[in-house]
Design a protein around this ligand. Structure first.
Ligand code: SAH
Length: 268
């Protein structure tokens, strides 16, 4: 592979160069000719090429870096079912719904990987336009996403993603599989939207707010932060029987969802 311009750290550019790993990632998607695939951060198109070899109906390759997107257009100029989009994925997710039932791959730019996931979980329309996400995260972030309550990794990210997604861990990927080599190892996770989610919120932003405030000081008991959220209406939580002396990591996922539902009633 020829590297024509210096990889940009600011865009999280660590290109996957290990063919075996690329193929193992692609296999997870069960790509066939009926599937529309979206790739976040296509880079030099290493993953893109492997996706194309499975003959999907269509690929949208999203790449923020102008130079790389021009390179991708050139590389795939003779291929009809690919469209290169030179835009920021966060703007795309915020502003439009892409193809229904699409499968999204992403060796994500690490500086915004959690933002990308949070944006995809908190879409207003649910079930969402995508039906399968296959993402690479740095290992520590993946550990926080899959963490269970009562562990030190349990975080806003676990609460948020478990709210609407079924999550699966596939395998770890050594930092040696990338160029330039990052400092940390990575992990592949996949996500499928839950169709019926019991904890219905009118506005997903309320769960973001509740988790942000409650996890803002993990070592502190939750009573102060709950007062911050509910002010004089803390009594609304009475029926949830929450022990206010607990720390945020000791609450179950469901408790966070129930708190968010109560929080929502404040603005009625
Ligand atoms: N998929 C490629 C590249 C992964 S590196 C591979 O595995 O080799 C991450 C890629 O995401 C880089 O090409 C980077 O330019 C791109 N990127 C970074 N921020 C982005 C954003 N906000 N929107 C779209 N692409 C972005």
């Amino acid at each position: 592979m020829q590297i024509e311009n210096t990889p940009k750290k600011s865009l999280g550019q660590n290109f996957l160069i290990d063919k075996n790993i690329i193929n193992k990632i692609i296999e997870i998607g069960n790509i066939n000719k009926n599937k529309t695939v979206i790739e976040i951060g296509a880079g030099y198109g290493n993953l893109t090429e492997a996706i194309l070899s499975m003959n999907p109906k269509k690929i949208l390759a999203i790449e923020k870096d102008k130079k790389l997107s021009l390179l991708l257009i050139k590389k795939f100029e003779n291929i009809k079912n690919i469209k290169v989009i030179n835009e920021d994925i966060l703007d795309i997710i915020k502003n439009r719904n892409l193809n229904n039932n699409s499968l999204i791959f992403g060796n994500l730019p690490y500086n915004i990987s959690t933002q990308i996931l949070a944006h995809l979980v908190t879409l207003n329309k649910w079930p969402p336009w995508y039906n399968h996400l296959i993402f690479m995260f740095q290992k520590e972030v993946a550990d926080r996403i899959i963490a269970k309550p009562n562990t030190k990794e349990f975080s806003r990210l676990s609460v948020l993603s478990n709210w609407r997604l079924d999550i699966k861990k596939h395998f770890d990927v050594s930092k040696n599989c990338f160029f330039p080599k990052p400092k940390v190892n990575s992990t592949i996770l996949s996500f499928k939207p839950k169709k019926n989610n019991f904890f219905h919120l009118k506005n997903p932003k309320n769960l973001e707010k509740v988790t942000q405030i409650l996890f803002s000081n993990r070592r502190k008991m939750i009573n102060k932060n709950l007062k911050k959220l509910f002010k004089k209406k803390l009594f609304l939580l009475n029926e949830l029987n929450i022990d206010l002396k607990k720390r945020p990591e000791e609450l179950s996922n469901e408790t966070f969802y129930k708190i968010a539902m109560k929080y929502e009633t404040l603005s009625d």
